[in-house]
Design a protein around this ligand. Structure first.
Ligand code: SAM
Length: 322
């Protein structure tokens, strides 16, 4: 994954103001990804504990032919649309295969980061120069409402990497309602879901021994210091991930280790923290296959096939719009 470097300071300041004025306090996870956050996330993806990227890579490497079978069997030009494309590292497995077999399709990567899209477009122009690419700079929901790829051809929509897991269930349902609005009968969607598994395995992925995830999360405070003139003492905050096996939610918090006050110059405001008061920073929800099937049905799709890795840690599921 890569990230959002071009979010203007105004929206960052505004979101921090809203988040730190809320109870409980929170900061949107999209602000993890400045240049430092990008580098730290690359390190996270390489950690032995962080199975998510590796497992989805394995699924796409081993099963891309089966995944693409249905759309290819239509024997007609199609749209390959991707929500939150990022650096497209895993998608390139599908793109290379489609290129080799000479499939007639257009790739529409969607991301709300223009920088990420520019980088992706550049790397694709080098690697797959004949591939028609039409980047769309927009949010998931905005792009699904506008359907800029609408051209009468069938579409396969990719929503990989457990991106849907970054929403609590109620909001995930809303995103999936938009997915229904953005598709027509017969369209396919390939969604990535991190599966429920041994809670320790899940927790370890967000709490590595080397402390890279801790650094990554604390970078959010450092970023506020750098960009908003805040004076967070990062040593006085603790990275605290937790996993609830009942609802499958893995939530990360930064916990204030003492009663303290933090000034944020850009907001011209101070924020009080109670001792051990948490700031909620990220959710990564896990599902089982039964829940995924139910989610498909209530969203107006039918689960056609689930592609799993060898350990059943992760699933890329193929839904068809009904
Ligand atoms: C975690 S990365 C995953 C990238 C890639 N899909 C993968 O699986 O490796 C998420 C990407 O989605 C983008 N993104 C996150 N939330 C988004 C939203 N609401 N609308 C559009 N793009 C979003 C981010 O900019 C980032 O590039």
């Amino acid at each position: 994954m890569s990230a959002k470097k071009n979010l203007d300071l105004g929206s960052f300041a505004q979101d921090v103001l809203i988040g730190l004025s809320s109870k409980p306090k929170s900061i949107p996870s999209k602000y993890f990804y400045d240049a430092t956050g990008d580098k730290l996330f690359q390190q996270i993806m390489a950690m032995p504990e962080y199975y998510l990227t590796r497992k989805e890579f394995e699924i796409l490497e081993n099963q891309h032919k089966s995944i693409l079978k249905k759309i290819l069997s239509k024997n007609e030009p199609f749209n390959l649309v991707e929500l939150g494309a990022g650096d497209g590292l895993k998608t390139k497995i599908l793109l290379r295969y489609l290129d080799v077999i000479g499939a007639d399709f257009t790739y529409f990567p969607i991301d709300f980061s223009g920088t990420v899209l520019e980088e992706l477009k550049g790397s694709l122009a080098e690697e797959l120069p004949n591939l028609p690419v039409k980047p769309i700079e927009d949010t998931y929901r905005g792009s699904l409402l506008k359907r800029e790829w609408e051209n009468g051809k069938p579409s396969l929509i990719l929503f990989l990497g457990g991106n849907i897991g970054n929403f609590p269930l109620k909001e995930a349902r809303d995103v999936l309602d938009h997915l229904r609005l953005g598709t027509v009968f017969g369209d396919e969607v390939l969604l990535g879901f991190d599966l429920k598994k041994n809670p320790q395995t899940i927790l370890d992925a967000y709490h590595d021994k080397e402390g890279i995830t801790r650094e990554f999360n604390l970078n959010l405070l450092k970023r506020m210091n750098r960009e908003l003139g805040a004076n967070f003492d990062v040593e006085e905050f603790m990275h605290w991930p937790s996993y609830n096996p009942v609802n499958g939610e893995c939530r990360s918090h930064l916990v204030s280790l003492k009663k303290q006050k933090v000034d944020i110059t850009a907001l011209n405001q101070a924020f009080e923290f109670e001792a051990f008061e948490p700031i909620f920073i990220e959710i990564s929800k896990k599902y089982n296959l039964g829940e995924i099937k139910k989610l498909a049905r209530r969203s107006g799709f039918e689960l056609k096939e689930a592609f799993l890795d060898g350990e059943s840690f992760f699933a890329d599921v193929l839904w068809e719009r009904v």
